[in-house]
Write a protein that binds this ligand. Structure first.
Ligand SMILES: *Cc1c(COP(=O)(O)O)cnc(C)c1O
Length: 454
């Protein structure tokens, strides 16, 4: 490849055909999920009403590689392999000797990385005769990805969208409806839990934890219905490793290895997807990048949360997972990166953070939007609010290189575009966007309800 490349592409036939499971390569196995009643490790049975067998197997798998089914590869080919860009124009704007690379996942139909897992999740459900999937969504990225995937394989899709986003972001609801999804604001009148919350507050803003409770309880009611989760779980991170596997091949084409890898973390799936193949290389001694999670200061799960067993949802319907958590009842401030407003973190990301294999930082949203505007004006793409955190962290690194004169190779994921998040940009440009911090009192209050488990 010539040295003045801007984007590094792979041919369709170069697309990875296996997902990577990091579990067998970790120095210690991650703590298992627990059944909330017995506090014993959850069994495949405990998940059977929620997920199809094939996904439960992946959730518990110790196999290093899992073949991607041909039918899934076939849908992936609509947008994969995705491009890896060298951010030359941003480098120039920052006057940095660093090389910045970003893997762009906004080329998928839904505009983010989420279809990478929505497609296989729907396919495995379809194989086991499931007719309908329920799920939650915040800003609508996951709901629209699942609705798209359900349309590919002929399943029904019912989605509980956090009420605050349902009202503030109508266009992604329209996307879900275009792909055949049925959308409820959450809390909704459909479930008992939803009705109880609406009785307390008819204008309840909702949260991801509440929406998960509603989607799970509906799936539990019907034998031909299962639930799908867009982040956090091992099988979701597994599917997302196509991002990192492609990026490895792409960097190899131009003879580069990353010194620093940064990624935004909501539930941890785009981060895990990009980082885990590189962590494999690092653990094997083939490269040595610093790997760093980036989260919002308003929802600082890794940097301020506690590492302990907690529920994935607010009502307490899921198995208990050992993860960094702000408490399942925590309702984060309405920051613009809706996808980063989750109280917990993927158990696998929490585990590698606990082991010291990755770092974490929190960045306030106005810094993120400032960098996103610089990014859009130089690179052209308008980032989704979530990866503005990754961009801000990459820029911090690049500016440090300007000071030190080092020409580090920085890698990140631009995991979605922001075309349906323009209201957030409008707020930043014209509306006086504020930085929101999580107070110690609010954190202590939310943590009070987390189960005490040794
Ligand atoms: C959902 C979403 C996120 C947050 O989820 P992760 O599992 O942490 O990746 C981040 N960015 C975008 C664009 C999203 O849609």
């Amino acid at each position: 490849m010539s040295s003045d490349y801007t984007k590094i592409l792979l041919e369709e036939h170069e697309m990875p055909t296996r997902w990577y499971n990091i579990v067998p390569d970790l120095p210690e196995p991650p703590p298992p999920p627990l059944h909330p009643g017995t506090l014993q490790p959850a069994t495949a049975e405990d998940f059977a009403a929620l997920f199809p067998k094939a996904l439960i197997e992946q959730e518990m798998s110790a196999e290093r590689y899992i073949d991607i089914p041909e039918a899934v590869l076939d849908v992936y080919r609509l947008w994969r392999p995705s491009p890896l860009f060298r951010a030359r124009r941003l480098e120039k704007l920052l006057d940095t000797p660093a090389k910045i690379f970003y893997k762009y996942e906004g080329v998928s139909p839904a505009g983010s990385h989420k279809p990478n897992t929505a497609v296989p999740q729907v396919w495995y459900n379809a194989q086991e005769g499931i007719r309908k999937l329920t799920t939650e969504t915040g800003a609508g990225q996951w709901g629209s990805s699942l609705a798209f995937a359900c349309a590919q394989f002929g399943l029904e899709c019912e989605i509980w969208q956090v009420a605050a986003s349902y009202r503030a972001k109508p266009y992604r609801r329209t996307m879900m409806e275009i792909w055949g999804g049925k959308v409820h604001p959450s809390p909704s009148t459909v479930t008992e839990f939803g009705r109880s919350l609406l009785a307390q507050d008819p204008d309840h803003p909702g949260s991801l934890g509440i929406a998960i409770s509603e989607a799970v309880s509906e799936a539990l009611k019907h034998p031909d219905t299962r639930y799908a989760l867009g982040s956090v779980l091992n099988h979701v991170l597994l599917h997302q490793t196509v991002i990192g596997e492609e990026a490895l091949l792409q960097l190899k084409k131009v003879g580069e290895t990353p010194d620093v890898l940064v990624g935004c973390t909501g539930g941890g799936s785009n981060f895990g997807g990009l980082a885990f193949p590189f962590l494999r290389e690092k653990l094997a001694g083939r490269m040595n990048p610093v790997i760093r999670c980036v989260e919002p200061t308003a929802c600082p799960t890794l940097t301020k949360g506690q590492y302990r067993y907690d529920f994935g949802d607010t009502e307490g319907l899921t198995p208990l997972m050992k993860m960094h958590t702000l408490g399942a009842r925590f309702i984060p401030e309405p920051i613009h990166a809706g996808g980063l407003r989750y109280h917990g973190m993927a158990p696998l990301v929490s585990h590698v953070y606990q082991l010291g294999l990755v770092e974490a930082i929190a960045i306030p949203q106005t810094e993120c939007f400032t960098r996103a505007i610089q990014f859009a004006r130089s690179e052209g793409i308008v980032p989704a609010p979530e990866p503005t955190h990754a961009i801000a962290a990459a820029v911090r690194e690049a500016l440090a290189c300007r000071e030190s004169g080092e020409s580090k190779v920085i890698l990140t994921a631009l995991c979605g575009h922001g075309h349906l998040d323009l209201a957030s940009y409008d707020k930043f440009l014209h509306g006086g966007m504020q930085d929101l911090e999580l107070s110690d009192e609010a954190l202590a209050e939310a943590m009070r309800h987390v189960p005490e488990i040794a």
